[in-house]
Design a protein around this ligand. Structure first.
Ligand code: SF4
Length: 121
């Protein structure tokens, strides 16, 4: 489990080398909390994963104006945003509660915590 989560965090962090405005991060954090509560989903037991995904979403929101999923490769992010399929919450999440980023986990997922609130210390 730890190896899986560490590889995942590394993948997200590789895309997060710009400074993101704190207001954008705060807005994405609030979105994540509200969406988790409204869908009965929970954050990961390893909150570093949650933080990494929120930062990745914030980065895309700041750079491209939309919270494009940070866990995928895109040839062209602007084109992908206009399709809206992978704008968070993406279609797989909205239709089937499938979040491959592990931001929103159903209670039965082995990586799920009982938290729907995210606070950095
Ligand atoms: Fe958001 Fe979907 Fe990416 Fe999960 S997989 S962070 S719901 S866009």
């Amino acid at each position: 489990m730890l190896k899986t989560l560490n590889l995942f965090k590394l993948k997200i962090q590789m895309t997060s080398n710009i400074e993101i405005h704190s207001k954008v991060i705060e807005s994405m954090r609030q979105f994540a909390e509200n969406y988790a509560k409204s869908t009965n989903t929970y954050f990961c037991v390893d909150l570093d994963v949650t933080e990494s995904v929120i930062q990745g979403l914030s980065k895309n929101k700041q750079l491209f104006g939309a919270p494009l999923c940070p866990c995928r490769y895109y040839d062209n992010k602007e084109d992908e945003i206009s399709l809206a399929y992978w704008n968070c919450p993406c279609v797989p999440m909205r239709e089937r509660k499938e979040c491959h980023c592990m931001l929103f986990l159903t209670p039965e997922n082995e990586f799920s915590s009982t938290k729907q609130v995210f606070q950095t210390e």
